[in-house]
Design a protein around this ligand. Structure first.
Ligand SMILES: Nc1nc2c(c(=O)[nH]1)N[C@H]1C(S)=C(S)[C@@H](COP(=O)(O)OP(=O)(O)OC[C@H]3O[C@@H](n4cnc5c(=O)[nH]c(N)nc54)[C@H](O)[C@@H]3O)O[C@H]1N2
Ligand SMILES: Nc1nc2c(c(=O)[nH]1)N[C@H]1C(S)=C(S)[C@@H](COP(=O)(O)OP(=O)(O)OC[C@H]3O[C@@H](n4cnc5c(=O)[nH]c(N)nc54)[C@H](O)[C@@H]3O)O[C@H]1N2
Ligand code: SF4
Ligand SMILES: [Mo]
Length: 725
């Protein structure tokens, strides 16, 4: 392949930083700056910089593996491996019915893969049992956003708007570790005279940069948001005109908030009344303000209501659907946004359509050339699906996730995976989950294949192939094509990503996440296109299509409207900013949701007196399957740890680096103590990137949010025990 730099994007998080890749003569691949991409303007974190190391055959899989008679995984040819999978899936379906075959996907898969996986489950396997790891990620924010605004696009505005607002409340988000190049937007905000409020039980590197840091008890963000709304009302800071003109449901939401007195909220959250007042003052003083949430408030058994409460705060103060104001969720995975739009979710069809909507079924069935009645209904959510393995679900096809490390109550999930009749895993490396499989298929990686991702901004991007894959690997699309054909479906599973995208455009046309006006050619010419982008441009005023308007001026590459397909004024420019004219609800108004505080599913007691919360460190990505194979990253973050306050450490008799056992009702994990005054004394924190003894998810509680089915990764009750060795 050519030796000139190929402009492309990082394989990891939802920032989808732009980079150039150049293959070198020695077979390695060089990452260089790509300054033309406006989101990161050349900056990369260590993970992005070192991503090519996982392309090396030293750490990746280059041959299919099958389980031999003696129980070990041994190399096999592609035909043998694919035949085995097809035979097992066929047998399971014949013996136990179509729903006994499960499919599990991931938010790291490109739009083309996610779309094809959803279609494969419904059309080839005929199963309703498909879901994906995005359920563990932003599903609560998605549910709350859909309820309030009629549409879920994580950020309804580009990141470039952040420096132009007056105040940002960043709730349970630590971009200093999770999206370092994005920190610039917050420092620019402050340089412009704006203020940053961070809500996190820990004084993170992000919190250190804030004008105000609120450190609530984990799991109490709902009460905190209600307390702030109470003060907004009590101080007469409600934007009555906006509330009357652009929202519904205020009376009930107001009544619910008024029941949450500041002193009551202080008791629940541990955040003092003067700090609550200061936060309200800072948020309400400027003309425009934003609330951004990430996993802290979302990964709770009340995550949907919690995000709803923060949205209520925005609506009551007139800070949504106006320039440089609004609520946004910082989506996490590389294609976390697109991955939740095109049908790998249990209840969903492409274009963010509902599987239960007869019109949606008709539209998609027509694109797929099948009878609408043949499409199954909604299936189980991710944790419920994993929990049903070995009982109702007998065989599983897994692509793009490593639940042995990343699922809640992981020891139980691991046991369920082991109890399957048959497990097939497609991965680039032998992950902890792939190691349990009966067949492992080695697939091509980001730099070796073309596809689209949709970033946290709702910006659809082209991730280009820059190098030739090694012999022995095939793409996920080729795998699905081969399996479909072995299961009797010869047509409809192309292996060319652009061909898949062309079909996705048609399938998404008219849906909420409408990609029909986006082409590979446009993506190659523009720095991404923001959906919705219908095929016919021009009319952005009428009906439910009129969500956009670019506000005043584009701002840092956000106005992706200048260039087109050569088709003149008919090309839709895409929609960097949503809701400026109307929300995506039937009546165009945003909906308040009446919500009230409730405790976590598991509160501390005498036996388990401490709260555990979990999250990330900058040098490792997710289950670590990829980043634990990079020496530089391992040197920076070699293993798990338990972050705890000196007071708690003293009570335990633990010094820095001493092994500490953390015990919950699910199990026991051991990791070295990391002692810091930057955490509440009633709380310990563990990153979740490692398997084995220090696996945080051995401890976590799979209590689910009733609406989003998000597990409570961010709160459970534990006790600490010293470890003598
Ligand atoms: N380095 C790195 N970067 C990543 C990833 C990674 O694995 N590693 N993963 C990507 C993905 S998929 C995601 S989803 C994002 C996640 O990005 P973030 O949401 O920023 O990451 P987390 O560390 O999970 O959680 C953020 C913060 O929530 C705080 N928190 C814990 N409990 C609570 C609570 O009850 N309330 C509040 N308000 N805060 C709480 C934690 O202390 C933590 O600092 O990161 C993306 N980027
Ligand atoms: N305790 C705790 N647990 C958590 C969280 C938390 O905050 N706390 N966060 C949750 C969140 S937000 C998330 S997103 C999940 C993520 O957790 P996982 O779903 O485990 O995510 P990854 O580790 O990214 O797993 C992706 C797997 O797919 C492989 N892969 C990468 N690209 C491709 C591809 O193109 N095709 C195929 N076939 N495979 C590929 C990788 O090698 C890796 O093995 O973890 C959740 N778990
Ligand atoms: S911030 Fe995210 S997208 Fe950017 S280089 Fe790091 S991991 Fe990659
Ligand atoms: Mo995530």
């Amino acid at each position: 392949m050519q030796n000139s730099p190929t402009p492309t994007h990082c394989p990891y998080c939802a920032l989808q930083c732009g980079m150039h890749l150049t293959p070198a003569a020695d077979g390695t691949v060089e990452v260089t700056e790509r300054a033309d991409f406006p989101v990161n303007r050349g900056a990369l974190c260590g993970k992005g910089r070192t991503a090519p190391e996982v392309l090396s055959s030293r750490v990746r899989l280059t041959s299919p593996l099958v389980r031999a008679g003696d129980g070990t995984l041994v190399p096999a040819g592609w035909d043998e491996a694919l035949d085995r999978i097809a035979a097992h899936l066929t047998r399971t379906r014949a013996e136990h019915g179509a729903d006994a075959v499960g499919v599990f996907g991931g938010g790291g898969l490109t739009n083309e893969k996610a779309y094809t996986l959803g279609k494969f489950a419904r059309v080839v396997l005929g199963t309703s049992q498909i879901d994906y790891n995005g359920r563990f990620c932003m599903s609560s924010a998605a549910a709350a956003g859909s309820k309030a605004f009629g549409l879920d696009r994580g950020l309804p505005f580009p990141l470039a708007d952040i420096p132009r607002t007056g105040c940002v409340i960043l709730v349970g988000s630590n971009p200093a570790e999770t999206m370092p190049p994005a920190l610039r937007y917050f420092s620019e905000l402050r340089a412009n005279g704006g203020t940053l409020i961070v809500v996190d039980p820990r004084r993170t590197k992000t919190a250190e940069q804030a004008d105000l840091h609120l450190a609530p008890r984990p799991g109490t963000d709902l009460a905190l948001a209600l307390g702030l709304l109470h003060l907004v009302v009590a101080d007469g800071r409600v934007d009555e005109e906006y509330v009357a003109g652009r929202t519904t449901g205020w009376a009930e939401a107001r009544a619910a908030a008024m029941a949450h007195w500041p002193e009551y909220v202080e008791r629940i959250t541990g955040v003092s009344v003067p700090l609550l007042r200061e936060a309200v003052r800072m948020f309400c003083a400027p003309e425009a303000a934003m609330v951004l949430t990430a996993r802290g408030p979302e990964q709770q058994s009340k995550g949907t209501d919690t995000v709803g409460a923060w949205i209520n705060l925005c609506l009551a103060t007139g800070r949504a659907g106006r320039p440089y104001s609004g609520y946004g969720c910082l989506t996490g995975q590389g294609n976390g946004q697109g991955g939740r739009e095109h049908g790998q979710k249990a209840d969903q069809l492409p274009g963010y359509r509902k599987l239960t909507d007869p019109a949606a079924r008709r539209h998609v069935a027509e694109v797929w050339g099948v009878d609408p009645d043949s499409l199954p209904g909604p299936g189980r959510s991710a944790y419920e699906l994993l929990d049903a393995l070995g009982t109702d679900i007998r065989s599983l096809l897994l692509m793009g996730s490593n639940p042995v490390v990343s699922a809640p109550r992981a020891a139980h999930v691991e046991a369920r995976l082991r109890s399957l009749d048959f497990l097939a895993v497609c991965d680039v490396v032998l992950s902890e989950t792939a190691a349990l499989a009966d067949v492992v298929l080695p697939v091509t990686q980001w730099a070796e294949e073309t596809g689209t991702t949709t970033s946290l901004e709702g910006r659809v991007l082209l991730r280009r192939r820059a190098i030739t894959p090694p012999d022995g690997v095939r793409s996920d699309l080729e795998v699905l094509h081969e399996l479909a054909s072995r299961l009797g479906v010869e047509k409809g599973f192309p292996t060319d990503p652009e061909e898949v995208f062309e079909e996705l455009r048609r399938a998404s046309a008219g849906g909420l996440a409408d990609y029909s006006g986006i082409t590979y050619r446009r993506l190659a010419e523009e720095n991404g296109v923001f959906w919705p982008c219908p095929a016919e441009g021009g009319d952005r005023s009428g009906g439910r299509g009129g969500l956009g308007g670019n506000g005043e001026g584009g701002g840092d590459g956000a106005g992706a409207a200048e260039k087109g397909d050569g088709a003149g004024g008919d090309v839709h420019p895409g929609t960097p900013r949503l809701f400026l004219d109307r929300f995506a609800t039937e009546d165009g108004r945003a909906r308040f949701v009446p919500v009230a505080h409730r405790p976590a599913a598991e509160e501390p007691d005498d036996e388990y007196p401490v709260l555990l919360t979990t999250g990330r460190v900058v040098a490792q990505y997710q289950s670590g399957a990829q980043t634990r194979r990079v020496a530089e990253l391992n040197a920076a973050a070699p293993g798990p740890f338990v972050e705890l306050h000196p007071r708690l450490a003293a009570r335990l008799g633990a010094a820095e680096g001493d092994p500490v056992a953390v015990v919950s009702r699910r199990g026991r994990a051991v990791a070295p103590a990391r002692i810091t005054t930057g955490i509440r004394p009633d709380t310990v924190f563990m990153p979740f990137h490692w398997p084995g003894e220090g696996r945080a998810n051995t401890l976590t509680n799979p209590a689910l949010d009733p609406t989003s089915r998000m597990p409570e990764f961010k709160v459970c009750a534990v006790r600490l025990e010293p470890v003598t060795r």
